[in-house]
Every structure is written in structure tokens, then in C-alpha cells.
Design a protein around this ligand. Structure first.
Ligand SMILES: Nc1ncnc2c1ncn2[C@@H]1O[C@H](COP(=O)(O)OP(=O)(O)OP(=O)(O)O)[C@@H](O)[C@H]1O
Ligand SMILES: [Mg+2]
Length: 510
């Protein structure tokens, strides 16, 4: 029905102007409802949007309703008047709310004293083509002389005008919902992945570790995880987070050794725009990102004294400033730190603040090297075999006897990581049902014939030690021969010569 008087034309004009203003959708819709309320004598107006994923209707924007009333306003399609309108796609009016059994009054805002005054309710669908995407409704005081059909006609025009905007919102909803679901799926996956039961170990030393993890994960205590490279420090840090009350909130990792010294502060605390050359926009730091979650400070032994001072303050006061900023930022984070460095020695040498050391060392967990828990070697080897065989769709069930001996006798300087890599590689190479000695890297194969048992000749034992030291050096330098030579005190030329003699190829360690 076309608008019949100047008043209505004025209203439609105001609505179209509000819609054209291009501020955000909620504000726009709110403005539209505001216009309806002043020119229609309406008490409440709502724009209701169908959530396409949940088959549920929820009020998006409401005028004259409190926030909690808006939240209560959730209906299923087909419920109540709004539900009927959305289901049928036709307008529906109620002259007197108190006489209408369909009226659900979910928002519980229409109290008795008000209903005694009598309200009329007009609701029209918002349509995208023939599809109903929502509804627009108003409450107005009951007035005998007012034509509800005319009201419906006017509201239908407004509904058509806002339809386009609502449709955009529907897309946003849809995307948000998909993101939310994706997020939840990922979180569940992480929680599964970092379950404490995925940390393998049956040795007494690891049993102690499990005990400590379950004790500390329920608390907010700062944890310091110690242990050689590849012993599972990061794995344990994640397990503590995902087993605790903060599991739903972020687990944020900072690798203090991998970030250049001049950037670490901004990485941790963020920076303001223009704080230094290259700071072209504001950056949120890891401490802010980890709010209500956990921050994992990996390789804590690598941070400078300057950053140590700032860390001390965050730990003590839970507050900090962004680089180049003056605003103090609060963050509720749980701290887990890890290091393979001897921190006590660093404190002695004055390289690590003693006060920070004590703040971090509240609950230390020490992860023993693999060579000190040999009973775990085969357990881990089986676990990785199963994992990588499945991943590569290979039907490999076991290790040969010789392989088992080799794995058991090797000293695993790279710990669990080295074992994992070694099994992954063996699975890739293996074309039969059983892993054989020759599927292992040469450095591990070599162990078998010449181990350090008392029967070994002195010459062999010396060579073994030499070879092991060279391999260790190559591992710690990631296959950098020059650096490795320096560590063991050989010239690069001599190192290369001996490596050749022992059949060591530096490229294996890259
Ligand atoms: N007990 C364990 N059970 C199963 N997997 C393990 C275990 N310990 C370590 N791993 C695996 O070994 C690899 C190395 O572990 P992680 O990265 O946690 O070691 P790290 O101590 O942090 O080493 P780095 O000091 O070199 O950073 C990872 O793939 C991890 O999943
Ligand atoms: Mg690590």
C-alpha cells in the first residue's frame, strides 16, 4: 500500500537517508527504528534476523529494549508472531496483544501495567527475493482509529528498503559462524594433540614428569621447563596449557633465541606507530595476545638484560607498556618458560638476573635426556613408527632385532627429536614390512659394531668417542662444518678428513 500522507512520505525519506549514510549496519538499523518510533508513536521496534546456520531467530537491533531483553529474544522459526511471519513470509498484526495466544513475549518487557494500557503489534517480513531473511516489528499503543493494514503497508516499504542491508549482515553472520566453527575445531584438535597421554614415556623419570604436569596444570604458577634440546620441552609446555583452565584461551609462543635482539621487545610487548624506524603501524605484542591464556617463553636464557628487566616487571605487576607507548597495558597471562641453558651458571656470570631467575623457577620441571631413560627408547620408537607408517600409508609393523640393538645402544644427543626424525626417515626408506638397520642413519648404524663395552679395544673406544663428539658438534651447529670443527678443537681440514674416515656426512645434520 502506498504512503498516503505527507507524514509517511517524510518518514520514508528519513529512512532512506539513514540507510544511505553508510555507517555500520547496526547503527543504521538503530537509526531507522528511531525514526519509526518518533513518527509512528511506536514504543518498541525490532529488526529480527534469521540465523541461517542455526535455524534460529535472534533480534539484531531493537529500539526501546534493554540489552538483556535483546538477548532473551531468541525464537525458533515458527514460534510466536515473529516466527510465524518469518515462516509464512506474510505480515501479521495483532490489534490487542493481551488477546493474542500466539504472543510469546520472550523479551518479558511488556509488563502487566503496560498490557493493561493495551498495545498493538505489527510485524512484516524482510525478504530477499522470495526468501525471508528476517522481520521488522513495532509495538504501538492500541488506537481504535488506526488502520493496522496501513501500518503493515508502511512497514513493508521500510522492510524492503532495509532488506539489502540485512542481507549483507546475513553474509557476515554466515562467515562469522563458519569462523567460529573452524576455530572450535582447531582448538579441539590442539587439545587432542597436546593431551598429556600423547607424551610417551614409562620410565620412572618420566612418571615423575607426568605427575608434575598434572599437579601444575591446574594452577596458575609460573613453570620453568629445563632439559636438553629435543627432550620435549615445548610438548610439555603445551600439555600444561591444554590441560588447565586456560585451555580455551590462547597459547602464545615466543622463541627468544630466534628473534633478533633489537626486535624482541616489540615482539613481546608490541609497539606504537612510529616507535622506531620501520614501525609503520601499531603492533600488538605477544603478552597482549596471550591475555587470559598462556605465554610460552622458549629459550628464555637467550634474552638480554634489558628485556629481562621488563619481563621481571610483567611477572610481578602483570603490566607493561608498548615500545614507544605511554599507556600501561594489563595482561592476565600465565608464564611458562623453557631453556636448555644452565641458568644458574648464567646468574653466576652476571648474564641472567637473579631476581628473574627466582621468579621463573617457581615450579621447575626437568626433562631428562633420552640416554638417561633408555626404557623409553623403544616405546617412543614404536609410537613414531606407528605414527609415520600411518601418515605415509605404509604397512610397517616392527623393527628388526639388529635395529632394536642399534636404537638402544645409541646415545641420542638430539634426544626425542633425533629419534623421531630417525624413525620418520626409516619409514620413508623402508619398502618391506620391517625396519632394518640399513634404514637408519649411518651414525646410528655405526654404533652396533663398535660400542663402548669393556670388550672394545682402546683404539676403537677412542675412535668412538671422537666420532660421537664430531657428530654432536655437527648436530649442535646444524651441519656447519667450520663451527663444528671449532667446538671439538680441530681445523676444518682435519675435521673433514676424519669425518670422511668415519663415514660422517655433514649434510645429514642440516
Ligand atoms: N615424550 C615424548 N613423547 C612423544 N613425543 C615427544 C616426546 N618428547 C618429545 N617429543 C617430540 O619430539 C620433538 C621435539 O620435542 P620438543 O620440540 O618439545 O623439544 P624441545 O625440548 O622443545 O627441543 P628444543 O630445545 O630443541 O627446542 C617434537 O616433535 C615432540 O613432539
Ligand atoms: Mg623447543
Amino acid at each position: 500500500m502506498p504512503p498516503t500522507n505527507i507524514e509517511e512520505l517524510r518518514l520514508l525519506f528519513a529512512v532512506s537517508r539513514a540507510l544511505g549514510e553508510g555507517s555500520d549496519l547496526k547503527t543504521t538499523l538503530y537509526m531507522v527504528l528511531d525514526i519509526l518510533s518518533t513518527s509512528l508513536g511506536m514504543i518498541r521496534g525490532t529488526v529480527t534476523i534469521l540465523n541461517p546456520l542455526r535455524d534460529e531467530i535472534s533480534i539484531e537491533v531493537a529500539h526501546g529494549l534493554s540489552k538483556s531483553a535483546i538477548e532473551r529474544g531468541k525464537y525458533k522459526v515458527g514460534e510466536g508472531v515473529t516466527g510465524k511471519v518469518i515462516e509464512t513470509g506474510t505480515p501479521f498484526s495483532v490489534p490487542k496483544i493481551s488477546k493474542e495466544p500466539l504472543f510469546l513475549n520472550r523479551t518479558a518487557t511488556r509488563r502487566r501495567s503496560e498490557t493493561e494500557k493495551e498495545l498493538s503489534f505489527i510485524c512484516v517480513p524482510i525478504k530477499k527475493g522470495t526468501q525471508v531473511v528476517g522481520a521488522l516489528s513495532v509495538d504501538r499503543p492500541y488506537d481504535e482509529s488506526y488502520s493496522l493494514e496501513e501500518g503493515e503497508g508502511l512497514l513493508s516499504i521500510v522492510a524492503a528498503m532495509i532488506a539489502q542491508h540485512v542481507i549483507n549482515l546475513e553474509t557476515v553472520y554466515f562467515e562469522q559462524e563458519q569462523l567460529r566453527q573452524e576455530n572450535q575445531r582447531l582448538r579441539e584438535e590442539l587439545t587432542r594433540k597436546y593431551r598429556i597421554t600423547n607424551i610417551i614415556g614409562n620410565s620412572n623419570k618420566m612418571k615423575d614428569v607426568f605427575q608434575m604436569i598434572s599437579q601444575v596444570s591446574r594452577s596458575n604458577a609460573t613453570v620453568l621447563i629445563r632439559g636438553e634440546s629435543g627432550t620435549g620441552k615445548e610438548l610439555v609446555a603445551s600439555a600444561i596449557h591444554y590441560a588447565g583452565v586456560r585451555a580455551k584461551n590462547p597459547f602464545v609462543k615466543v622463541n627468544c633465541a630466534a628473534i633478533p635482539a633489537n626486535l624482541i621487545e616489540s615482539e613481546m610487548f608490541g609497539h606504537e606507530r612510529g616507535a622506531f624506524t620501520g614501525a609503520i603501524r601499531q603492533k600488538v605484542g605477544k603478552f597482549e595476545m596471550a591475555d587470559r591464556g598462556t605465554i610460552f617463553l622458549d629459550e628464555i636464557g637467550a634474552v638480554s638484560m634489558e628485556v629481562q628487566a621488563k619481563l621481571l616487571r610483567v611477572i610481578q605487576e602483570k603490566e607493561f607498556e608498548r615500545v614507544g607507548g605511554t599507556k600501561t597495558i594489563k595482561s592476565d597471562v600465565r608464564i611458562i618458560a623453557a631453556t636448555n641453558k644452565n641458568l644458574e651458571e648464567a646468574v653466576e656470570k652476571g648474564e641472567f638476573r637473579e631476581d628473574l631467575y627466582y621468579r621463573l623457577n617457581v615450579f621447575p620441571i626437568y626433562l631428562p635426556p633420552l640416554r638417561e631413560r633408555r626404557t623409553d627408547i623403544l616405546l617412543l620408537a614404536d609410537y613414531f613408527l606407528e605414527k609415520y607408517a600411518a601418515e605415509n600409508r605404509k604397512d610397517i609393523g616392527s623393527f628388526s632385532k639388529t635395529t632394536v640393538d642399534m636404537l638402544m645402544n645409541y646415545h641420542w644427543p638430539g634426544n626425542v627429536r633425533e629419534l623421531e626424525n630417525c624413525i620418520e626417515r626409516a619409514v620413508l626408506l623402508c619398502e618391506e614390512g620391517v625396519i632394518q638397520g640399513y634404514h637408519l642413519p649411518p651414525s646410528i648404524q655405526a654404533v652396533k659394531e663398535t660400542d663402548l663395552s669393556p670388550g672394545t679395544s682402546l683404539e676403537d673406544a677412542v675412535e668412538n668417542i671422537e666420532r660421537d663428539r664430531m657428530v654432536d658438534a655437527l648436530k649442535s651447529t646444524r651441519g656447519n662444518m667450520a663451527k663444528a670443527a671449532k667446538i671439538v678443537g680441530l681445523t676444518e681440514r682435519r675435521f673433514a678428513y676424519r669425518a670422511k674416515k668415519y663415514g660422517i656426512d655433514f649434510r645429514w645434520y642440516r
